[in-house]
Ligand binder design. Structure first.
Ligand code: AMP
Length: 432
């Protein structure tokens, strides 16, 4: 009998890795507590219409990726119900906010969650069908200050603090504003017009979206469509004065708090409910799936699912991706740092010129390993590959011509480099 395995896109988390998961979760709880957030746990499945109305029918998540089933009626008189495994948690939190009338307290609700989400995506490194998110939402009636740009800046500052507390280095915060519902409607019209001549050259999804929900064209990942998308009008040009002023205040507060960010005029994110501030933290170490977390404002979401006016802002981060990033950082720390270059003199009579060359390069600030002219070339290569990023070969020819042979181990490329250019070349990052 063939042994059963975990379903494609799902996986078991085992010790010792689970201790890293626990550390990340504990750090999130500790940091969020300092900002006075409390935990919410919502059900793992909800009525399908919550996501259709909240996230948006035309989004990839709702149109392609949901695990949905008709739940059987218990009695003849009862109708069956369409249910869905939650693909994200913001819609569930807002539903709970409405259901429990949390807005009636008149206070801002600051809620965080940690739990699994489900999307039928093509699995790859960092992308799973069951994955975990840590997220938080700040939501409340406008009278509680829920629309204030300070809430946006505070959430972003909290995220920067959390990533620091975890020891994640080298992430980038990309920031944009997608404007109010009215701005977005205006932008959708501008886009729809711009897409009339372009859509026929684009993928089938884009041809459909160009008519139904043009904004979603910007989510397209098809490589051939990217040059066309680059030419489309930018949402920033459709923003009204209020949205512009709001965004200026968000960035001013971030500047004052010293939180670095990069403006990203095409960042619209794949969910329909976003308004005004949208953001993403990416990390270079993650490969193709480089988004650590994403979020933004959703001022109209509560009304879209039948609730009172309750502007809010939140984010969700991929716990799986935080784990991958920390593991990669850990592995990098464990591998000994390599010297910039290894000088291999070809023969003992070249030892003295090799020392002179090493001195020249070290004085220029480089870290240099010096081999020995008694080594055979093969042995020099083996020693060099273990200790340095590149090998510099110094033979009679090289010495007289002033052209040195350099091999970069990461790329395998071997080149001739004039001696006067060697310092600059060895100081460049190795091409892995
Ligand atoms: P989203 O809800 O699409 O805005 O995603 C928020 C964050 O959740 C992303 O930045 C990722 O870190 C993570 N995430 C989304 N989809 C997946 C997935 N299929 N597998 C792993 N992590 C994911």
């Amino acid at each position: 009998m063939t042994a059963l395995k975990s379903v494609r896109g799902t996986r078991d988390l085992l010790p010792p890795e689970t201790s890293l998961w626990n550390r990340i979760e504990a750090t999130a709880r500790a940091v969020f507590a300092r900002y006075n957030f409390g935990e919410i746990r919502t059900p793992i499945f909800e009525d399908t219409s919550l996501f259709a109305r909240g996230v948006g029918e035309e989004t990839d998540i709702v149109s392609k990726e949901m695990y949905t089933w008709e739940d059987r009626a218990r009695a003849q008189s009862e109708k069956s119900q369409s249910l869905t495994l939650r693909p994200e948690n913001t819609a569930g939190v807002v539903r709970a906010y409405i259901e429990h009338k949390l807005g009636e307290t008149g206070q801002l609700q600051k809620l965080y969650y940690i739990g699994p989400q489900f999307r039928r995506e093509r699995p790859q490194k960092g992308r799973y069908r069951q994955f975990w998110q840590i997220g938080a939402e700040v939501i409340g009636p406008p009278s509680a200050g829920s629309e204030s740009p300070l809430r946006d800046a505070e959430i972003l500052e909290m995220l920067a603090t959390f990533l620091d507390a975890l020891g994640i280095a080298g992430s980038t915060l990309d920031l944009n504003s997608v404007g109010s519902a009215a701005d977005r409607a205006r932008y959708n019209d501008v886009l729809r017009a711009a897409l009339v001549p372009l859509a026929p050259k684009m993928c089938a999804d884009c041809r459909r979206r160009a008519v139904t929900n043009p904004l979603r064209v910007l989510d397209c990942k098809v490589p051939e469509d990217q040059p066309i998308i680059e030419t489309l009008p930018k949402i920033g040009d459709s923003l009204g004065d209020d949205s512009r002023a709001h965004f200026v205040q968000v960035t001013a507060a971030l500047d004052a708090a010293g939180v670095p960010y990069r403006l990203h005029p095409r960042l619209v994110r794949g969910l329909d409910y976003y308004t005004r501030t949208t953001f993403e933290f990416t990390h270079g170490g993650l490969g193709a799936q480089n988004a650590l977390l994403g979020g933004g404002r959703y001022d109209g979401l509560s009304e879209a699912i039948g609730g009172p006016k309750a502007p809010g802002i939140g984010f969700a981060m991929g716990l799986d991706r935080l784990v991958l990033t920390l593991q990669a950082q850990e592995a990098e720390r464990k591998t000994a740092p390599k010297a910039d270059g290894y000088i291999a003199p070809l023969g003992e009579n070249l030892n003295a010129p090799a020392l002179a060359l090493a001195r020249e390069l070290r004085r220029a600030g480089l870290t240099i390993e010096l081999g020995d002219g008694s080594f055979r070339l093969k042995k020099s290569f083996e020693a060099a590959e273990k200790t340095a990023l590149r090998i510099v070969i110094l033979g009679e020819d090289e010495l007289s011509s002033g052209m040195l042979t350099v091999k970069d181990f990461a790329s395998g490329i071997q080149t001739k480099v004039p001696r006067s250019d060697l310092t600059r070349m060895l100081a460049e990052p190795s091409r892995s």
